[in-house]
Write a protein that binds this ligand. Structure first.
Ligand SMILES: [Zn+2]
Length: 78
């Protein structure tokens, strides 16, 4: 079972390794307390426990595809 943690994008706060829903709740909590005027952001890290169905790298692949689509879209505009 993979565990997740979220790193704050504004300060150096990082949640402990938790279930995804718990980690999300903690970073939202942190933002509510420390950065109340900001939308929760930062980075999520995945600790894929033994390759059970974790997909480390899927995010990077998806991001690459999105960038590619944007580039193609921009190139097609004339
Ligand atoms: Zn913070």
């Amino acid at each position: 079972m993979a565990t997740f943690r979220n790193a704050c994008g504004e300060c150096r706060y990082v949640t402990p390794w938790l279930k995804e829903s718990e980690a999300e709740r903690q970073i939202v909590d942190h933002y509510a307390r420390r950065h109340p005027h900001l939308v929760p952001g930062g980075a999520q890290q995945i600790n894929g426990g033994g390759g059970g169905g974790g997909c480390v790298g899927c995010g990077a692949i998806a991001f690459g595809l999105i960038v590619l689509v944007i580039i193609i879209g921009l190139a097609g505009q004339k």
